[in-house]
Design a protein around this ligand. Structure first.
Ligand code: UD1
Ligand code: CA
Length: 459
């Protein structure tokens, strides 16, 4: 039997009050809908169909060819949205797993479990429900006196007593595909809202098919996200569960509620992470590294036992036992070698450094290829930009760069070179040289008497 996933993602998300369509809104840096698709891909579902409409290009650009698309031109409700997939799915044998595009926290083991339960119970429709303390905004599950589910009533249509029901619809359904499309066509427009409600399939199928519910134990994972406050709750939940996973695998976190780790980040054991730190994107933190406090790392690799404190590392790589910070900035494919020191207020952009190189304070290393055992004095910089183009600086091994040196690129500095403090070097420097490029000092003796004039009262 084939299995299909049907994701409803055509809505605008009016309650979000954001420009981005709701299902594209990021949580910990990743769009909501991507969480859903990533998890579906780990189940044995054969085909994924996404219903898109409002700003469909945004959603399609996120999912690319990971889903097939059916367009719902006008957003006339969840029932109408599901029916929009008719051209792709109608009449096919199989089971369809319907998911709303605003429910990012359900993981694949639960998806598998729900599909298994549907099969084992021999249901034609399984409605996934949860029990919540504050049911406001959710459709309420109405059961008959035998406990059988009779229907779902939306908040707007609830009587006062129905409003008290705490079992609500998660908007996840597992349903026989043929029966689904036969039923969707029978849904009538809801008068009050002017929409076709997918929830009506419950009442419609209740008569001729086997309809059952599955109550999930943790209502957080089936939480629907309708506004930015809900985003913050989901983010907190996700952050806590990601952090817990890392801590149980040997990562120490100090004040973990202030630490944000993205979904795809890999952290090896023995790593310490200090407060107010975020590590996102495809970052990898290797054994024994120390990260934070107050550090942001994105799409970067931090090698074993490196230390990054109070710093920003974006799209870069930091070698073994290298220390970065405080207040350093690595970006644009900076690739710093092992045992380096990138210290206070140092920026490294689009540059590589060999092992044992140091820039301890106030340096800018941009568009440079730097060798091993190079020392950048305080205030030394590569002058890489002429106002139009960026130029390259090449520095060999064992080079000592004095304080406040400007290296005007393009320039090549060979091995074993010394550059005198305060120099502005514009020409290549051959191996083994001392380069001095500054005016000679003149001392004018006894000059003070011309500078310091006696005060009028002293005349
Ligand atoms: C829906 C359910 C409600 C349930 C809740 C769970 C209905 C009528 N109500 O309400 O019973 O408790 O989810 O979170 O189904 N969408 C479309 N096209 C449309 C309208 C919506 O694709 O025309 C998509 C949205 O993008 C969204 C999903 O369907 O991803 C759910 O829509 P939303 O408006 O959030 O439904 P709720 O009011 O939350
Ligand atoms: Ca919703």
């Amino acid at each position: 039997m084939k299995k299909y996933a049907l994701i409803l993602a055509a809505g605008k998300g009016t309650r979000m009050r954001t420009e981005l369509p709701k299902c594209a809104f990021p949580i910990l840096g990743k769009p909501m809908i991507e969480y859903i698709v990533e998890n579906i891909e780990k189940t044995d579902i054969d085909e994924i169909v996404a219903i898109v409409g409002h700003k469909k290009e945004v959603i399609m650009d996120i999912l690319k060819d990971r889903a097939q698309y059916a367009v719902q031109e006008q957003q006339l409700g969840t029932g109408h949205a599901a029916l929009s997939a008719a051209s792709l799915l109608e009449g096919k044998e199989g089971t369809t797993f319907i998911l709303p595009g605003d429910m990012p926290l359900m993981e694949y083991p639960l998806m598998d479990k729900l599909m298994r339960a549907h099969e084992e119970m021999g249901n034609d429709l399984t409605v996934v429900t949860m029990v919540v303390d504050y049911p406001k905004g959710y459709g309420r599950i109405v059961r008959d006196e035998y406990g059988t589910v009779k229907g779902i009533v939306e908040e707007n249509d609830c009587t006062e007593s129905e409003k008290q029901i705490k079992e609500v619809n998660s908007s996840v359904y597992i349903v026989d595909n043929k029966a689904l499309f036969e039923t969707l066509k029978q849904i009538k427009k809801n008068d009050r809202k002017g929409e076709y409600y997918l929830t009506d399939i419950v009442t419609l199928m209740h008569q001729n098919y086997k309809v059952n519910t599955f109550v999930v134990r943790n209502p957080m994972v089936t939480m629907g996200i309708n506004d930015l406050y809900a985003i913050s709750i989901a983010e907190k939940y996700l952050r806590d569960s990601i952090n817990k996973g890392h801590m149980l695998s040997g990562v120490s976190m100090v004040n973990p509620e202030t630490i944000t780790i993205g979904h795809n980040v890999v952290i090896e054991e023995g790593v310490w992470i200090y407060p107010n730190t975020s590590i996102t994107g495809n970052s990898v933190i290797k054994k024994g590294a120390i990260i934070g406090p107050n550090t942001e790392i994105k799409d970067s690799i931090i090698d074993e036992e490196a230390e990054i404190r109070h710093s920003l590392v974006i799209d870069s790589k930091v070698g073994k036992k290298t220390t970065v910070g405080p207040f350093a900035h690595l970006r644009g494919h900076a690739n710093v070698g092992d045992h380096n020191r990138i210290g206070n207020f140092v920026e490294v952009k689009n540059s590589t450094t060999g092992d044992d190189t140091k820039a301890a304070h106030l340096a800018y290393i941009g568009d440079a290829e730097v060798g091993e055992r190079v020392n950048f004095g305080c205030g030394s910089i590569t002058v890489n930009y002429d106002g139009v183009k960026k130029h390259k600086t090449i520095i060999g091994n064992d080079v000592f760069i004095g304080c406040n040196v400007n290296m005007v690129a393009p320039i090549a500095i060979s091995d074993n070179v010394f550059i005198a403090a305060g120099s502005t070097v514009t020409k290549d420097i051959p191996k083994g040289s001392l380069a001095i490029a500054r005016n000679q000092q003149i001392n004018k003796e006894d000059y003070y008497k011309y500078l310091i004039k006696p005060k009028p009262s002293e005349k």
